[in-house]
Design a protein around this ligand. Structure first.
Ligand SMILES: C[S@@+](CC[C@H](N)C(=O)[O-])C[C@H]1O[C@@H](n2cnc3c(N)ncnc32)[C@H](O)[C@@H]1O
Length: 296
């Protein structure tokens, strides 16, 4: 039995009849959100200047770093992510979902759900109940708001927590998705094993990550885009928070694949007990969709 009483979706009840704060949620609600790990202090000395040094910090203190990085982004995240990827991120998400929805799952976990673009799409394409989990409270609040607006709140529950340490029993879910997560954990292999743990035998698992184009011509264009266009485009369309993200993303993606190649990642999935692992490079190599099935 899934512990529905522990999910944050119930804590984040909109109180329209009171004076309210951010996104219409009373501050008191924040304290009732269940935490699944000792909460690190946001003022933990993480330097947020977003150069190469910050890529290293994103691995040394990944949870604190991700929380601070994503804190100013939720309100316009989906629109800006779409603009900054020239509309490609929606295509990538749909390509990932295709590997999960066909099995007619009843209960799906969406890890690093952010403002719930994937979560909502899963709810629209299936009859399943979806649990979204993310470590950013601000992202979850935006996600809750988006899910309510889409009229999907009855089938979606959001949990504040970490992909590295999921608060669910083994084999709880029929299917699992995770998006743009592995660059924000210090041990991708252990995290992949933790994600696989909560999926039922035979259940599909699919992920989406940014990637680095292989051909030298596309790589040069990608490099220019991520190092110059992305930060400036982010600043112009989204302000300082997006300038920071824009500056961080390119070096972070490059460094990730220097350390953890696509072949390494396939091996980590297999080692965790995933069979028939396949992947698809999208948009000339800028996106990577990977999928497989938990071994029986
Ligand atoms: C780029 S956003 C992706 C959001 C959403 N899945 C999408 O496709 O638009 C990455 C999300 O990962 C979350 N995140 C980062 N590290 C995490 C971790 N260790 N566990 C859970 N969520 C994490 C961030 O808070 C952020 O919301």
């Amino acid at each position: 039995m899934f512990p529905w009483n522990l999910v944050v979706g119930q804590a984040l009840t909109r109180r329209s009849d009171h004076g309210c704060c951010r996104n219409g949620f009373e501050r008191a609600d924040v304290h009732s959100i269940r935490r699944w790990w000792p909460s690190p202090s946001i003022d933990s000395g993480v330097p947020m200047k977003f150069g190469n040094r910050e890529v290293a910090v994103s691995r040394e203190k990944p949870n604190e770093f991700a929380k601070e990085l994503f804190e100013p982004l939720p309100r316009r995240y989906n629109l800006l992510a779409w603009l900054l990827s020239f509309g490609q991120d929606r295509r990538w998400r749909l390509a990932m979902l295709d590997h999960v929805v066909g099995s007619d799952p009843r209960l799906i976990l969406d890890v690093a759900c952010g403002p719930c673009a994937v979560t909502k799409a899963l709810a629209k394409k299936t009859k399943a109940r979806i649990v979204g989990i993310d470590l950013s409270e601000d992202m979850l609040r935006m996600g809750q708001s988006n899910v309510e607006e889409a009229g999907l709140a009855d089938r979606v529950s959001l949990v504040l927590g970490r992909g590295e340490q999921l608060p669910f029993a083994d084999g709880t879910f029929d299917a699992l998705t995770f998006t743009y997560l592995l660059r924000y954990v210090d041990d991708p292999k252990a995290t992949i094993a933790e994600l696989v743990r909560v999926v039922k035998p035979g259940g599909p698992i699919a992920s989406l990550e940014f990637a680095v184009p292989r051909s030298s011509g596309w790589h040069a264009m990608w490099w220019f885009y991520t190092r110059a266009v992305l930060p400036v485009g982010g600043l112009v369309t989204g302000g300082k928070g997006w300038w920071h993200v824009g500056r961080f993303l390119g070096p972070s993606i490059s460094k990730h694949y220097r350390t953890y190649s696509v072949d390494w990642t396939v091996g980590a999935w297999e080692h965790a007990g995933v069979e028939h692992v396949e992947h698809r490079s999208m948009s000339l190599g800028g996106g990577l969709v990977m999928w497989g099935y938990r071994s029986a």
